[in-house]
Design a binder for this molecule. Sequence first.
Ligand code: AFP
Length: 295
Amino acid sequence: MNLRQHIPDDDPELKELILLIAEGGKKIQSSFIKKQGVAGTQNIYDEEQVEMDVWADQVLGEDFCNSGLVAAFASEERPEVINCEKGGKFSVVMDPLDGSSLMGINLSVGTIIGIYAGDNPLLPGREMVAAMYVLYGPLTTVTYTVKKGVHEFALDAEGEFVLQHEDMKIGSSKIYAPGALRKDWLPGHKKLIEDLEGQGYKLRFSGSFVADVHQILHKGGMFTYPGFIGREQGKLRLVFELNPMGFIVTQAGGSCSVGTQNNLDLTPEKIDHRVPVYVGGRTEIELAEKYMKGD
Ligand code: AFP
C-alpha cells in the first residue's frame, strides 16, 4: 500500500496537503548531493544556515502558498508567520531541515511538520489536525498521523512511499537521549538521569532531534533536551520541534512534556518560544515530571 492509498479520504484537502509535503520531501532528498554549501546567512536565532536549510524552507513555503490549501505558515527559518495570498483551510508549522549541522557528515536529518485548521499556526499543539516528519536516512521515510494511529512509509526506487509500519506503538526498550552538557544540568534533571542510568538505560544521542525521537518512537525510552544553567528555558522550539514530534509520539501511545506540564497544552508565547524537552514513553515522562516538579 502506498501513502496516497493509506491516508483517509474523509478530508481530501488534508490528504492533498500531506501528499504535497511528502513530494517536497522527495525534492529535498534528491538535492542533498547538489547543495552542500553554507548559505552565509543567519536565521533568527543567529545560527548559521546551511544552503539546504534556506532552500528547503523556500521550496516548502512556495509549495504551501501555491497549493490553495494553506492560509498561513510558520517556519523555524523565518521570524514571522507568512500569510499565503491564495489562502486555504490549514496553517502549517515546519522545521524544514532539523539537524542540518549533521548534513555535512551524512547523518540523518529531517523535515518536521504540524498542521492546524484555520489561519493561525501559533496554537496549542493539542489542536493539531495532523503531524508528520520526513526522515532522510539510509531510507527516506514519511511518518504521519491524522489522529488515527501513526504510520510510516519508505520511498522506493519508483518514487513511491510504501507502507513500512502501520499503527505504530512506542517501543519499550531502555534508551535515553540526553541533550545539553551534564555539568549544566539542573538538580531535578540530574536526578532523573541518574535514576534512568541506575535502571540500565543506554545512551543514544545523534544531535538530530528528529532522528533521535524517531529512534525513541521505534525502540522506546526518552529524548530530552532540558533547560540548563544559563538557558533555563531550554534550547529547542515548542512550535517547530517539540509540539509536532510530541504529538506523533503521543498518538503512538507515548507522551511529552516541558518537565512540569504537557507541552501540547501551552499556547506559544512567540514564534521562537523555547522549552525544556521531554518526549518518549509514558513511564519515562511521568518520571521526568516527578523529578522536574520536585515531588
Ligand atoms: P540544527 O538543525 O541547527 O542542526 O540543530 C539541531 C537541534 O536543534 C536538534 O535537532 C538537536 O537535538 C539539537 O539542536 C542538538 O543541539 P546540540 O548540538 O547543542 O547538542
